[in-house]
Write a protein that binds this ligand. Structure first.
Ligand code: NAD
Length: 288
């Protein structure tokens, strides 16, 4: 039987742990506080930011969504972030992507201070990941961190495994390749210009797709040996307007050992990682 790598039970378990950690911080006079900067009204961004706020509040942390007008000028936008960087009551800040065109040239990774960068985009946080040095003192990108948690919680070995990641973005593919390499996997990072992608995916132990094309991955990408694990990061909309992944679940599920569903797979793990990073940032303020 194919194992369905659902995140529902894991989310429940980690939520309990996060609630306890949060209570401990509150008892020590620290209220974990996240600011989410949202520019405009992109429907997906509205949903994601609302989910982040809801989850923070569920564990007992504070979260404000700073909803800014789509037309906000660059200086006002930068001033708002600069003030958050200086606010000692705020422990974490994220800028919801995508930004409108007139702000998209900004070097987002450098705007939020390193110690509040709970998205893990700051160059110093990326360097820690890149060099595998003092990772515990830095923040790891949320989706890659969540994927590793999902694999570990399901007792899926990472060390010595061959992994194909499809997609080389700054928020998923590249940091994930680094993280898995640090964990001693052998990673092939594939992308839109990769030749013979199927030859690569058929050879590996774990396939991770982060492309953004609904149902791109079907059984033709999968080995006949029924020995692979498939992780679907994609959050796309199908022809009926329903949320779906990059993987054609129905066509792939009987050909693999284990597979993540969409929804209920990687998506919730990203929010869990964000909350873990927020508490990590807040803990730095407690002298234990
Ligand atoms: P992106 O658009 O920045 O990058 C997509 C990558 O896919 C690129 O590197 C590109 O080279 C590659 N690609 C495109 N077409 C390809 C093809 N035909 N074959 C192989 N590679 C191809 O995307 P992103 O921001 O990394 O997001 C990818 C997907 O993951 C989206 O569906 C997004 O919504 C989803 N996502 C989900 C979460 C989550 O929490 N579950 C978080 C982030 C992103």
């Amino acid at each position: 039987m194919t194992q369905i790598l659902s995140s529902i039970a894991i989310k429940k378990k980690i939520t309990k742990e996060l609630k306890l950690e949060c209570r401990f911080l509150l008892e020590n006079g620290i209220e974990p506080y996240l600011k989410v900067i949202l520019v405009g009204s992109n429907p997906a961004s509205l949903v994601y930011t609302a989910s982040k706020k809801k989850f923070c509040e569920k564990i007992g942390a504070k979260c404000d969504i700073i909803a800014l007008n789509e037309q906000i000028d660059q200086n006002t936008f930068l001033d708002i972030i600069a003030k958050i960087n200086l606010d000692t009551n705020v422990h974490g800040c994220i800028i919801q992507l995508p930004l409108p065109k007139h702000l998209s040239h900004l070097d987002i990774g450098k705007l939020v201070n390193e110690d509040k960068d709970v998205d893990g985009f700051h160059p110093n946080n990326l360097y820690a990941l890149f060099s595998n040095h003092e990772m515990e003192k830095h923040f790891t990108s949320c989706t890659p961190k969540g994927i590793v948690t999902l694999l570990v919680e399901n007792n899926i070995e990472i060390a010595n495994k061959r992994v194909a990641i499809i997609g080389r973005s700054m928020i998923v593919g590249k940091p994930l390749a680094c993280l898995l390499t640090n964990l001693n996997a052998t990673v092939t990072l594939c992308h839109s210009k990769t030749l013979n992608l199927r030859e690569i995916t058929k050879e590996v132990d774990i396939i991770i797709s982060a492309v953004g094309i609904a149902h791109l991955i079907d059984e033709t990408f999968i080995s006949h040996k029924k020995n692979q694990i498939v992780v679907d990061v994609g959050m796309n909309t199908d022809t009926q307007g329903q949320l779906c992944g990059d993987v054609n679940f129905e066509r792939v599920k009987d050909h693999v050992l284990a597979i993540t569903p969409v929804p209920g797979g990687v998506g919730p793990m990203t929010i869990i990682s964000l909350a873990q990073n927020l508490l990590q940032a807040s803990k730095k303020k407690v002298s234990l």
